[in-house]
Design a protein around this ligand. Sequence first.
Ligand code: AQP
Length: 335
Amino acid sequence: MAAPGASKPRVFSGIQPSGGLHLGNYLGAIRNWVRDQDKYDNIFCIVDLHAMTLPYDPSVLQERILDLAATYLAAGISEQHAAIFVQSHIPAHSELAWVLECYTPMGWLERMVAFKEKAGRQSHERVGSGLLVYPVLQAADILLYDTNLVPVGEDQRQHIELTRDIGQRINQRFGPIFTMPDALIQKAGARIMGLDNPETKMSKSLAIKAPGHAIFMLDSPDTIRKKFARAQTDAEPAVRFPAGAGVANLLEIYRTICGKEWAEVEQEFAGKPYSVLKGRVADAVIEALAPIQERYRAIRSDDPALMRRLRSAADRLSPTANATLARVQRAVGLR
Ligand code: AQP
């Protein structure tokens, strides 16, 4: 169902500028946004406030925001179909998040798998409380724009459920304030695993410590080949089905990039040595990323122009965000 007054369903999604984008971000999110953009009224956000939840370097945050904006555009997101903006440029996100936090039980947040995984990697004294509450900020991001659909990878399913729980809690208490969003998760490419450890999801933060963990969208062809060549497989001499986790991950990357069914991929690789599989996955990824990398370089050649485009999108979106915030403020007694 479309948001009130809109002719197409409203899509909202975002990525944190917390490091180079990897193949999981591309196959689980951006590629799907690009493919389906003309079906929806799209808002794609650079969620810089979320990037503060893990230790980060403030001196490179603006650079990473520009990186991410340029990658969205280079991947094929068109400003005809989508608004691309920076979360912190619209203060309503933080303001709504505070109100929602006051209505969100702690227990709901402590159950979030992403929190447990990321907090578990650090000593308890060093974990900022932003890591616990950022899913509420994410709920605010989505609910501010009367969003119908949130296209994300599988890892975000729980956060979208939480967004619905928070929205419903407010609606039950104060009447119909928020539109209820649904997660939009594709069958292929929704959970790409680390090349060094196929038991963990490919992730920007893990790639910082283990460079062989992820393929970055801006990696050179040579680097891509080397990373795939070192990717973990298993003890079998050749590809067998059912495949082990490492091989299955390479096959998943290949079939998602090439748009092939599992049966086709099985036929293509059954009995083939791992070197053949790794070579073909590398070729497919290099071919898909080459035009994006070229456009990325062109867009990054004029950073002030790029920042102006981001600011002007935020100016256009602010009235929608502020109208939702005002509805909430009136309901909770702040107006
Ligand atoms: N491995 C993945 N496979 C498929 N989709 C993925 N996404 C992330 N990792 C995978 C999807 O990418 C979008 C943006 O993610 P994000 O940057 O907002 O946060 P994240 O999910 O926490 O991504 P990372 O890479 O793991 O970053 P860090 O390590 O900084 O937290 C989302 O749609 C997500 O589902």
